[in-house]
Design a protein around this ligand. Structure first.
Ligand SMILES: [Zn+2]
Length: 181
């Protein structure tokens, strides 16, 4: 049975305790954007104590800041966020492959009729894998601080989440936020 067949009953239970969350304003109350991995074991709202209305949470494979840039621009320019926290995590799938290998997997499975188009499209994707967990967090923080599309007054911090323990630890913090504290 597809998972979606359980949505309706789960949602009925959720709606019964929805309360006044329909009145929440659109801009995040904490002026915060979190970028984190799509990993199914991670519940960023729970592990960071965030409630509905508090923050934008952008999720993608690896918690890539580059991949999240489109959403970050919208978050900052239209919805007033001024702080970004980037999370990568232990045991991440992004540590286990490289873009060349994944492109080959996709190409090998393509039927003859679409193989040229599949190759063209997949060769254009940087899957943004990494082999150094802490280093990748620092790189993403540096990327955000250097990006001309990110507001210069943004406080950026970088974190590692441990899937084994649920603990978070800071891996990098931008100079601007350090001076402000
Ligand atoms: Zn991951």
């Amino acid at each position: 049975m597809p998972a979606h067949t359980e949505f309706k009953s789960a949602n009925d239970a959720y709606v019964s305790t929805f309360g006044d969350k329909g009145d929440l304003p659109l801009p995040p109350a904490k002026h915060l954007t979190v970028v984190t991995c799509m990993d199914a074991r991670i519940d960023p709202a729970q592990h960071l104590g965030l409630k509905e209305g508090d923050a934008h949470i952008i999720r993608n494979a690896g918690g890539s800041a580059r991949d999240a840039l489109r959403s970050i621009v919208i978050s900052q320019r239209l919805l007033g966020t001024r702080e970004i926290a980037v999370f990568h995590h232990t045991g991440c799938g992004m540590l286990t492959f490289n873009s060349g290998q994944l492109r080959d997997i996709v190409k090998r499975s393509a039927p003859e009729s679409t193989s040229a188009e599949v190759a063209k499209q997949v060769d254009g994707i940087d899957f943004l894998e990494f082999d150094d967990l802490e280093g990748s967090v620092k790189e993403d923080v540096a990327f955000l601080k250097e990006s001309p599309l990110v507001l210069p007054e943004t406080t950026v911090s970088g974190w590692v989440y441990e899937v084994e323990t649920g603990k978070v630890r800071m891996a990098s913090r931008s100079r601007l936020s350090r001076m402000a504290r």
